[in-house]
Design a protein around this ligand. Structure first.
Ligand SMILES: [Zn+2]
Length: 257
């Protein structure tokens, strides 16, 4: 996914994606990571962790490591190491050769839903999160730290056919066609999880009609003449919006400091 107004350096995309996820409160502190694999590459790029980790909100290109498929650092600065759950990413890339980006986060509302034994249901139509709800989001039943190749492969197999999975009492993992796609999908999912959580406080949810769920499952047209642009164009517009929000909030915090 490319666009003249977005940075093309994957390290920059990863760092920006991490800052956006924190600014949108999808995850916080150092809980979470974004990765990218160039098609055909035998290494990936991923946000590092360790003593020099600034946390998601302050991630820069210098915090991004190159890691091989054994989970070992190939390149990147001292004081950072691959996340213990790098095997979530490696398992998914290994199983899906065309995959180019993975996001793993600990979103509070989604985790609360798993703790409460709830799941995402088709409760909204007519906008982005509705398509996620219509397709369903499975919950990986284990709360283990995915810190070995075998666990990574097990989780990747569980995610087959899905772009988002919740993880019981733990978090969520999202895949995408590029960093912009994975990060904006993670935000849409987090918005949907928060809305679902709040609606459940009011009682049993009203589900949208079956035929409307079926309509939400159909792919969006990319050449629409009214309303939002579909497909990659809409994703990039959404990405630019969150880039601007993140930059504005960073400026505001600098001024108030
Ligand atoms: Zn995790």
């Amino acid at each position: 996914m490319t666009d003249s107004q977005t940075p093309l350096d994957p390290r920059e995309l990863i760092a920006t994606g991490c800052r956006i996820l924190a600014q949108q409160e999808v995850s916080y502190a150092s809980f979470g990571h974004v990765s990218h694999r160039a098609p055909g590459s035998d290494t990936i790029l991923i946000k590092g962790k360790g003593a020099q980790d600034p946390g998601l909100r302050f991630t820069t290109v210098d915090d991004v490591l190159e890691v091989d498929f054994d989970g070992l650092r190939v390149a990147g600065r001292e004081g950072l190491q691959p996340p213990s759950e790098v095997f979530i990413h490696l398992g998914l890339y290994e199983r899906n050769p065309d995959l180019t980006s993975v996001v793993h986060v600990h979103p509070e509302y989604a985790v609360a839903l798993t703790i409460g034994g709830r799941t995402i249901q088709p409760v909204i139509g007519a906008y982005g999160g509705g398509r996620i709800a219509a397709r369903g989001v499975p919950t990986y039943p284990r709360s283990v730290t995915v810190a070995s190749p075998d666990l990574g492969r097990e989780f990747a197999e569980f995610m087959d056919g899905h772009r988002i999975a919740m993880m019981q009492g733990h978090g969520a993992t999202v895949v995408g066609d590029g960093v912009e796609d994975a990060v904006t999908r993670a935000i849409s999912f987090n918005d949907l999880a928060r809305l679902t959580y709040r609606a459940l406080l009011l009682g049993e949810p009203t589900l949208i009609a079956d035929e409307e769920v079926a309509a939400m499952r159909k792919p969006q047209q990319s050449n629409r003449t009214r309303g939002s642009a579909g497909g990659a164009a809409a994703t990039l517009a959404t990405w630019r919006h969150y880039c601007a929000l993140e930059a504005a909030s960073s400026t505001a915090s600098t001024i108030s400091a």
